[in-house]
Design a protein around this ligand. Structure first.
Ligand code: IPM
Ligand code: MG
Length: 355
């Protein structure tokens, strides 16, 4: 029997609740196959700062690098908002991504037929949406130098090197080859020099993928087009901050930000995490939607561990739970059905996964 070593980072806010449901489902699916999981729980974010004075202890990096994959919940909260920048939970997460070299953040946005009425958009606009945001994750304005602030001024720099753009462009084109073979690269090339280089470089890389149709869109237009006609998109290739914003926007196509998973990959260990944050306002109430995290666990099985059949089983179980009418509170608003708690939803999916 094979044992996969998973570094678990629960984090802050709803992080622990949603990770517990994901491991429940993982253990359930493992019982049907010839593998199991060994979890090593490590700290990152506000909880790590509270315990060790550092939002990213070295031990967490070491544990992650010696695992087969990282499953991560969420970090952050008002409690730590007034700390100096490098002590903040978010800085821990950014350093973590950098240390692991996970330069490509894959954020699929799929509309489940079962939830067609849960979205705030009209059913005919969103039916059949299936797109993938490929977001560059360890460059751009999040990391560029110089940055800083004094009393009257704050500054950050959006920088991309050609190599960084080439690398993420290849990721996007390779993913498009497995999908509908369309890449829309998002930039602000009418204003930003960094975007001009981005556009020219993506054009160059595109020559190696003659079967993929490449288009370019300014980010403001892309934000509008995502709501107007999301079905026009297959793969959206973006820099760090544009992808952060557009992937939150894309999540609302599906009905709730509590549904969308993500995979952050590079040349070492991958990190699998929901795209949503730690939602401190609803933490501890048992009302968070665990589906984004369970779905991230499925991506982990598929991409990091090569357990495709097990991943398919989880995806089918999520669909079945939704089809049967189970809804966490976030989804019940537009779609009056019986509301279940975080752990009820996890148990229902775990049960369907085992069958
Ligand atoms: C995300 C989050 C993070 C980001 C924050 C928490 C630093 O919004 O993963 O999308 O901006 O990348
Ligand atoms: Mg974000």
């Amino acid at each position: 029997m094979k044992t996969y070593k998973i570094a678990l980072i629960k984090g802050d806010g709803i992080g622990p609740e949603i990770i517990d449901e994901a491991t429940k489902v993982l253990d359930s699916v493992a019982s049907c196959f010839d593998f199991d999981f060994k979890y090593e729980e490590v700290l990152m974010g506000g909880c790590a700062y509270d315990e060790t004075g550092d939002p990213l202890p070295q031990e967490t990096i070491t544990a992650a690098l010696s695992s087969d994959a990282v499953l991560f919940g969420a970090i952050g909260g008002e409690k730590w908002d007034s700390l100096p920048r490098e002590k903040r939970p978010e800085s821990g997460l950014l350093r973590f991504r950098k240390e692991l070299g996970v330069y490509a953040n894959l954020r699929p946005a799929v509309v489940y037929d079962e939830l067609i009425n849960a979205s705030s958009l009209k059913p005919d606009v969103i039916a059949g949406v299936d797109l993938m945001v490929v977001r560059e994750l360890i460059g751009g304005i999040y990391f560029g130098e110089p940055k800083g602030r004094d009393e009257n001024k704050g500054w950050n720099t959006m920088v991309y090197t050609k190599d960084e753009i080439v690398r993420i462009a290849h990721t996007a084109f390779n993913i498009a080859m497995e999908r509908s073979k369309r890449v829309c690269s998002v930039d602000k090339a009418n204003v930003l020099d960094v975007s001009q280089l981005w556009r020219e470089t993506v054009e160059e890389v595109a020559k190696e993928y003659p079967d993929v149709e490449l288009s370019h869109m300014y980010v403001d237009n892309a934000a509008m087009q995502l709501i107007r006609d999301p079905k026009q998109f297959d793969v959206m290739l973006t820099g760090n901050i544009f992808g952060d914003i557009l992937s939150d926007e894309a999540s609302m196509l599906s009905g709730s930000i509590g549904l969308l998973p993500s995979a952050s990959v590079g040349s070492k260990i991958g990190v699998y995490e929901p795209i949503h944050g730690s939602a401190p306002d609803i933490a501890g109430q048992g009302i968070a939607n665990p589906i984004a995290t369970i779905s991230s666990a499925s991506m982990m099985l598929r991409y990091a561990l090569g357990e495709v059949e097990a991943a398919n089983r989880i995806d089918a179980a999520i669909k079945k739970a939704l089809k049967e009418g189970y809804r966490t509170q976030d989804l019940a608003q537009h779609d009056a059905k019986e509301v279940c708690s975080t752990s009820e939803m996890g148990s229902i999916i775990a049960n369907y996964t085992a069958k």
